[in-house]
Design a protein around this ligand. Structure first.
Ligand code: ATP
Ligand code: MG
Length: 661
């Protein structure tokens, strides 16, 4: 009986998404890579001749001293090193090398505040002056090469400036997302051993203040090592100010003893650049460490080819710089290539659901990069919010963070992109430094819901639970078989944790923790976290696919599917469903949704319980927190675990109250 013997350790994948979109002609004509053949040739070369390939790509970066060896190490012990012996400086690559060219007066950072009339533009020259001043200020307050600096800031230019200032003097930044609580901040400061914190008086959120300095004060009560706190005056909110410890940013950097020249430190390629904690979707966040040379080469390379970046582009990545996406694609990637990057402080739906479209129109943004959670959130609104803006400047649209449901992809393509833009669904992680699976906009036809193909130098495989490479069409665990320059070097303060967490499950390989399948054309379909895979009557089902089936119903905006113990099937399917704004919950609709999933995937995937909800619990980076949804579905309310990384903790009680019995 199938209910007793698990059929196989691979994942049943039955969702058929047949639509294929060729690269738009106007993109193909000008893209850095213009055909599938060109991609394939370079990809094969990157795998067969990694040393030559990565040596060549290092030309994207300015080296103070050339490297002697391209790489060393493997994924057995996990010690891998790149560009050995090379010296460089990240801030010099992001700034100095541009100011000696016509880019000196080009906009490096365009900042849009939450208030419409709050905007600032920093040219590369201005960025240079400010970064040098901040770097000198950090030195004045005792920061040396190798020291850690904690940042807890809103999305304002000072955040980028401080990160660059750290990299200029070889200090290791540890950016803590401004939406985190005092406790989370305290733990991250202490884990990194930072002795200085840079923050702001407050940030804006829906017209109200996020009390950053108040939170920092609370956090610092538990951080005896921190002697200095530099505060940016951003909102003008009332704050406590302890002159012995606290310094105003504007006083410090404009002080007469601070020079606007600060020579960049020659850093070793393998010197740490930053520590960043993962977003905590699956449990306790890990302090992921990235180093200098490999990270910069990898972010520059992905930036250039995946986003097809051109000199005249205005690039907007909506991620907060408290996340890896904001490190690699708001700051380091775009600035290393001398682009104009847009930083936005506000939310996607404040004051209205057309806020993003209005900003795109205002700055004539050409490349736009956001997350499925935001796309689904805006998709539930009336299309008129999009239609009333001129979005014709857009050429390329990107997404990252979760699997994108095909319906959301198609909406992005049609309504936002007006069927004229390339879409890149980019798969990656804090640990991977930059994108690892993605379409290339001028070269690889796209299929909605698929992240397409491995980027150069990335060698993925699909394995079953015995670690054997299996028929990848069946789905299984996604691993990467060799290191690449952007891959993390370690977990800060925990020398064995990198190997233990990522390399022991499938020895000699990097385990992503995600499930995937590969279709007959070689396209990767991410199926969600391996821990979330359901085992229903011996069938292993992907949560991502059932969710996509639900979202393809015209009344559904968002869905989250989890398993719960079921006497007969082993695991039952519990679906949390958020409706579009114009839809009403009813038992007929619930029955219809069940039918719909049967039709799209098959009877085995039809949810046993459908819970129509007002809100889904999300991490502060906007991901659905399935770990908690699983506990609620199973009735284990006492064991919800750490909820501190949730952005809407109140949603949990509501879900418990309205749970489907
Ligand atoms: P933690 O590791 O602390 O649980 P996290 O995994 O959410 O948190 P991130 O590094 O921000 O932290 O997210 C990486 C994860 O996001 C991936 O492992 C994958 O599950 C998901 N992801 C990112 N981009 C995509 C994508 N394009 N398609 C599918 N899944 C994606
Ligand atoms: Mg993760």
């Amino acid at each position: 009986m199938s209910g007793q013997t698990p059929k196989s350790s691979t994942i049943d994948t039955v969702l058929e998404e047949q639509r294929v979109f060729n690269p738009p002609e106007r993109i193909k004509e000008t893209a850095h890579i213009r055909s599938y053949e060109e991609y394939k040739e370079l990809y094969d070369y990157s795998i067969k001749e990694p040393e030559a390939f990565w040596a060549k790509q290092a030309e994207l970066v300015d080296w103070i001293k050339p490297f002697k060896k391209v790489y060393e190490g493997d994924l057995v012990e996990g010690e891998h090193k790149w560009y050995l012996g090379g010296k460089l400086n990240v801030s010099a690559n992001c700034i100095d090398r541009h100011i000696n060219t016509w880019r000196k007066n080009k906009a490096a950072i365009i900042w849009q505040g939450e208030k419409r009339d709050e905007t600032r533009v920093l040219t590369y020259n201005e960025l240079y002056n400010q970064v040098c001043r901040v770097a000198n200020t950090l030195k004045k307050w005792g920061v040396n090469k190798g020291d850690r600096v904690a940042l807890y800031m809103p999305m304002i230019p000072e955040l980028a400036i401080t990160m660059l200032a750290c990299s200029r003097i070889g200090a290791i930044h540890n950016v803590v997302f401004g939406g985190f609580s005092a406790d989370s901040l305290r733990d991250r400061i202490n884990d990194s051993g930072a002795r200085i914190l840079i923050t702001a008086d407050a940030g804006f959120r829906r017209g109200a203040y996020i009390p950053l300095k108040d939170n920092a004060d609370k956090a610092l009560e538990g951080c005896p090592g921190v002697h200095t706190c530099i505060v940016v005056k951003h909102t003008g909110a009332d704050i406590n100010f302890w002159t012995q410890r606290d310094k105003w940013w504007h006083h410090e950097i404009n002080s007469p003893d601070i020079s606007s020249v600060c020579p960049p430190e020659a850093m070793d390629s393998e010197d740490p650049l930053f520590i960043l904690y993962t977003s905590g979707s699956t449990g306790k966040p890990k302090g992921v460490m990235h180093t200098t040379g490999g990270y910069l080469v990898y972010t520059s390379l992905t930036m250039k080819y995946i986003f097809d970046l051109k000199e005249e582009d205005t690039f907007w990545c909506t991620a907060d710089s408290g996340w890896i996406t904001g490190h690699s694609y708001v700051i380091y990637g775009p600035l290393a290539l001398g682009a104009t990057t847009l930083m936005y402080e506000g939310l996607h739906n404040y004051p209205n659901p057309d806020r993003l479209w209005q900003v795109i129109e205002k700055y004539r943004v050409s490349i736009f990069y956001t997350a499925p959670t935001i796309i689904r959130g805006l998709m539930k609104e009336d299309e008129e919010w999009v239609k009333k803006h001129d979005l014709s400047s857009l050429r390329l649209l990107g997404t990252v963070g979760e699997p994108i449901n095909p319906e959301a992809w198609v909406w992005y393509h049609k309504v936002v992109g007006n069927e004229k833009c390339a879409i890149v669904d980019t798969y990656w992680q804090t640990e991977t430094g930059g994108v690892i699976i993605t379409p290339l906009p001028g070269a690889i036809p796209t299929k909605p819901g698929s992240a397409a193909m491995p980027f150069f130098g990335i060698e993925p495989a699909i394995v079953d639970s015995n670690g054997e490479e299996c028929d990848s069409k069946d789905g299984g665990s996604l691993i990467i078989k060799r290191p690449w320059p952007g891959l993390m070097r370690g977990v800060y303060n925990a020398p064995d944790r990198f190997r233990e967490t990522y390399l022991t499950m499938y020895p000699g390989n990097y385990f992503t923790g995600d499930g995937a399948r590969v279709d007959e054309d070689g396209y990767y379909w991410l199926l969600g976290r391996v821990d979330d895979v359901l085992n229903v009557s011996g069938h292993r089902l992907s949560t991502a696919e059932i969710e996509s089936a639900l979202v393809s119903h015209n009344k559904v905006a968002e869905a989250a599917v989890v398993g719960y113990p079921h006497d007969i099937k082993g695991e039952g399917i519990y679906a949390y469903v958020l409706l579009k704004n114009n839809a009403k919950a009813s038992s007929e609709l619930r029955a219809q949704l069940g039918q719909h999933v049967r039709k799209v995937i098959g009877p085995v995937a039809s949810p046993d319980k459908i819970h129509i909800v007002e809100q889904l619990p999300k991490t502060r980076s906007g991901k659905i927190m399935r770990r908690i949804l699983r506990k609620i579905a199973s009735g284990e309310f006492e064991q919800l675990g750490d909820t501190s990384t949730l952005s809407n903790p109140e949603s949990v009680d509501e879900l418990i109250k309205t749970r489907e019995e």
